[in-house]
Each structure stands twice: as structure tokens, then as C-alpha cells.
Design a protein. Sequence first.
Length: 347
Amino acid sequence: MSNKTVFDLERLALIAQGHSAFQLLWAGAELKLYDTLCGSPGLSPGAIGEALGLAEYPCRVLLVGLTALGVVEKRGDAYFNADLTERLLVSGQPESFTPVLGWQAHIVYPGLQDFLESLRAGTNLGLARFPGEGTTLYQRLVAHPALEQVFQDAMSALSNQANRHLLAGYDFSRFSHLVDAGGGDGTNAIAIARHYPDLKVTIFESPSVCEIAARNVAAAGLADRVFTHPGDFWTDPFPCGIDAILFCHMFTIWSMERNLQLLRICAAAVEPGGSVLLFNMMGDDDRSGPLSTALGSPYFLAIATGEGELHSWSDYEQAMHQAGFAEVKRVTGLPLNHGIIVGTRRA
Ligand SMILES: C[S@@+](CC[C@H](N)C(=O)[O-])C[C@H]1O[C@@H](n2cnc3c(N)ncnc32)[C@H](O)[C@@H]1O
């Protein structure tokens, strides 16, 4: 696959002023513009200003910006949400994308101000914006409970969009006990357990995140077969008797050297015949994209860990073989540039 992106003046303007585009989108969400237009489609600028508590001039700046971006539509003097806005940016929608904007606003935006220096240094200098212990964002968030919630809400929203494709893309029925490693707030574990009523699922997470996950599991009524296993999978053992380990949106965090180490740990932790599954966005083998994948890597370099990136399919497959998995399969064609790679141990 070669790079087919057209770099024209419009694209240059959008990239150069990407910060303005994001701030307009985020302001619309924070000011509840999309909720307002969902409840009252066709409002005039005056009525919108009144509802949002904005004077005429700032309201005009917001509405012209969001109209030009296509986030809202203007018909005569009346404003409406675009179809995608209605589906993804209105509060309470099952696929709501708004928490992802919160993560961008509170974590990614501040940290990426140090992107250039992080490139030069080859490490995550943007992490200094989140004071605390440890060299990764995940460790630092422990000292920032409000930001940790923002982060987990965003991961949960991303997972809500993506995990149905995991369930549609792979049949988990041959497994009896699956570990969701770095399972976050339990969104994926709950969805998988609901789909497979005989499957036992254990979320292997840091202690503070396990607390959030355990609350969500209990609220979902699944505490009898979805468990938490607080710890660090680099240093603490996996639970015994497991036949599958799932990593959702995890292997982008580290370099491939470190990923290979983790795959070796997993190869020893699953029973013979068991599998390790990687589910996340996959980079093209020729390193030309796709765009959403390529735009994710700066966050890992400058903020999250200073070593991760959206690796390619073949990088993962090669590491699976090196770690000793006898059979390695890719599941392609999933939406959102996602894919699944399954490595299986000899029985
Ligand atoms: C990018 S989020 C992915 C969350 C979830 N899998 C999903 O798809 O929404 C990474 C998660 O991995 C957890 N994590 C990172 N390093 C870990 C480690 N060494 N042991 C256990 N959990 C870890 C973090 O606490 C965080 O919740």
C-alpha cells in the first residue's frame, strides 16, 4: 500500500490550525452545544447564545468555526447537528466520543507541547507536565485521580466503539479462562463475559484501576466470574490455569523489544494450546499509515512512555514467532483501522 494522501492547501490549513479545529470541537462539547441542538434542532444563533451563556461575538466565532468544520450544519438562520455529531458527540449516546476529547484536552494537548523536544531527546519529556512517581503516564496518573478518571473514561469510550469489532472478529468460545491484561475499567471484560456466559475473565491491572474495574463489574452483576488481579504484569505473575491472554490497546505502549519480552512472559503463562490475542489499531506493513494510527504515535513518544508507537502488523507477527507461538494468525478488515493477531501455543 503506498501513501495516497493528497497534500493540498486545504489540508495544509487544517493541519497548521489543527489546534483551533480541536478547541472549537471541544468547546462545543463543553458548552453543551451538541446536546442543545439535539434537544432543540434548528435554533437561531441568538437562541444558541442564550442557551450556552455566550455573547453574540464569541457565539458567532464558535458557530462559524463548527459550521466550516462540518460539525454543525447551517440552513438559513437555523443550526443543526451533523449526523455524526448527533451519534458521537451528544452526551449519553452509547457510542459517545466526548470522553476522548476530554483526554485530548487535559492530557494529550498539554503533553504534546513538548513534542519537538521529545523527538530530539528520543523520550517522553511531555510527561513532566504530570508530576509524580514513575516514568510512564500510567504510573503518574495514580497521583492525579481526576485525570486518571478522565483517562479511563476515554479508554472506556474508545473500547465501547472498538470492542464490538473484537467480539465480531474472533470466536472466544474455545477458551475457559481469559486474562484481560491492562483491562482498564473493565469495559472489555464485561462485554466479553456478557457475550460468553461460560467464560471466566480476570482483569490484570494496577491496584487503583482494579478498584474502578471491580466497581463496574459488580454494577454489571458479573462479580461471580469476572475478577480483578491487582499487580504489574512485568513483575507479578499471571493467574494460574489460564488459556487466553488478551491485550486490548496495550502493545502500542512499548517498544517492540519490550513487547517481545512480554510475549515471552505470556507464552510461559498460558496453558499449552492457549493463545495470546493482540487487539488494537494496526499500522500498514509498508509504514505509510493509516492516518489515525500514525497520529497516535506522537502521544506515546512524547507523553505516555517515550517508547511506544502504533506498530505494524508484521512487527507484531514477527515478535509472536520469536516468542515461540507455533501458530500466528491475523484478523483483518475490522473497522477503525483495528485488527487482531492471535498467537497460539502448541497443545
Ligand atoms: C491504553 S489503556 C488500555 C485499557 C484497556 N485495555 C482498553 O482497551 O480500554 C492501558 C491500561 O494498561 C494498564 N497498565 C499499563 N501497564 C500495566 C502493567 N505493567 N500492569 C498492569 N496494567 C498496566 C494501565 O493502568 C491502563 O489502564
